[in-house]
Design a protein around this ligand. Structure first.
Ligand code: PLP
Length: 457
């Protein structure tokens, strides 16, 4: 067979996620065929710096033989067996132990799935089962935040606080509510202190819980640092204030660590960096550096004990996927954690992150299109505004971030548009060098200049 024309085959057969389909039928795909370190190569031989580690996930970089070797060994030894009822395989047990030992706050058990979306669905079922088990079946509502991203299944997509991901699907489901994000640029007037901003945000959440009735609210779900919603870092004192509200109303806190888990913020977990005290933790992406799909829900002893003690009347916890605790995925996760620990990649992400933020400041602080530069650890973002003061948004139809991303690609740099915030984001593999960071940021800066030239023309 000749080299297949991938563009033609793609247009003919492949239904792309998150894609304007009519545009895609015209324009076709961009096909990646190879990765090494932080570099990707397409099917025409062009090379790009992957400034997003795929979708915030290939943290140890592409082409790690350590993971490939373990996958080959595991596939030959035992590619699959399930974990329903009393069955188990070895690698998920070892991974569960390791996760509980490294957990950012004391945790008791781990439930495995395959994606961040299904893990957050599992979290909702855990919250419901927990409240049923302790005789509080009314506590069904789940509160998330505007701009939060928690996935795209019917439940996790409802938690996601982005109207554009609800439209067309009749979401969100009726038990979901959304509260204010800690998004200083648009939610706080200039000069508002962190303390006052935190008090306002905690007040918004408490007022929502009171308005709904605390006896109807089961949990709140939050990303330690919001990713897809715009790389939004909460102010100091935010999570302790949120936790105090939740404790007053017997509401659980789910930390969605799908992006922040396993080093992205320069600490092993984002909950530590952000002083968050969750009852449940969602993990995915960086757990295997995306070499194999895997997600995990970590469950605290409080939740676990109530579930076990109250199970009598409810029957077995009737939830689990064919691929829950997949032995191949767990083996990949163990190898990935070995790399992160042996190579000191958490500290490295912190150090390279500090370098990246210095470069972003140098490149963008006085750029006419830039309203804010955000981030912490090895995750950063640049938000574009039509006017700096008072901050004024561009017309969404101008798609500034999208145009910068496209122009950056022409510079050999992959970044990502977060259209809900007119923001471009940077979340490279932890193995990125300082030179590669400089190249990535310079490429993005040239791209922003090109878009500006276009605007004034
Ligand atoms: N939660 C967060 C914070 C995410 O960033 C994502 C994906 O980007 C998800 C959940 C959903 O994960 P998945 O795409 O694996 O379903």
């Amino acid at each position: 067979r000749n080299t297949p024309d991938l563009e033609t085959l793609d247009k003919r057969y492949f239904f792309h996620p998150f894609t304007a389909l009519a545009d895609h039928e015209r324009n076709g795909p961009h096909v990646v065929v190879k990765g090494e370190g932080v570099w990707l190569e397409d099917n025409h031989g062009a090379r790009f710096i992957d400034g997003m580690a795929g979708l915030w996930c290939v943290n140890v970089g592409y082409g790690r033989e350590e993971i490939a070797d373990v996958l080959q060994h595991q596939a030959l030894t035992l590619p699959y067996f399930h974990s329903f009822s009393s069955w188990a395989t070895d690698t998920p047990i070892l991974l569960a132990e390791r996760l509980i030992e490294m957990a950012p706050v004391p945790m008791s058990k781990v439930f495995f799935g395959q994606s961040g979306s299904d893990a957050n669905d599992t979290q909702v079922k855990l919250v419901w089962y927990y409240n049923n088990a302790r005789g509080k079946p009314g506590k069904k509502k789940i509160i998330a935040r505007n701009r939060g991203y928690h996935g795209v299944t019917i439940v996790s997509g409802s938690l996601t606080g982005m109207p554009s991901l609800h439209s067309g699907f009749d979401l969100p489901l009726s038990f979901v509510r959304h509260t204010t994000a800690p998004y200083r640029l648009w939610e706080a007037e200039p000069g508002l202190s962190d303390e006052d901003f935190v008090a306002r945000l905690a007040g918004d959440l408490e007022n929502l819980i009171l308005a709904e009735g605390p006896e109807t609210v089961g949990a709140v779900i939050m990303e330690p640092v919001m990713g897809a919603g715009g790389v939004i870092v909460p102010p100091e004192g935010y999570y302790p204030a949120i936790r105090a509200v939740l404790d007053r109303h017997d509401v659980l806190l789910i930390a969605d660590e799908v992006i922040t888990g396993f080093g992205r913020l320069g600490t092993m977990f984002g909950t530590t960096a952000m002083a968050m005290q969750p009852d449940l933790v969602t993990l995915a992406k960086g757990i295997t550096s995306a070499y194999v799909p895997l997600s995990a829900c970590m469950v605290s002893e409080k939740v676990w004990r109530a579930i076990v003690d109250g199970q009598g009347a409810l029957g077995a916890f009737g939830h689990g996927y064919t691929y829950s605790a997949h032995p191949l995925a767990a083996a990949a996760a163990l190898a990935n954690l070995d790399i992160i620990e042996n190579d000191g990649l958490v500290e490295q992400a912190g150090a390279r992150g500090a370098f990246m933020h210095a470069r972003l400041q140098a490149a963008f602080a006085d750029h006419p299109l830039v309203g804010e530069i955000r981030g912490t650890g090895l995750v950063g973002a640049v938000e574009f505004v039509a006017r700096k003061s008072p901050a004024t948004r561009f017309e969404p139809a101008l798609k500034i971030a999208g145009r910068v991303v496209k122009a950056a690609l022409a510079q050999g740099v992959i970044t990502r548009a977060l259209p809900h915030a007119d923001t471009i984001s940077f979340s490279p593999p932890f193995v990125i060098s300082e030179d590669e960071i400089t190249q990535m940021v310079e490429g993005a800066r040239k791209a922003a200049d090109a878009v500006m030239d276009d605007l004034v023309r």
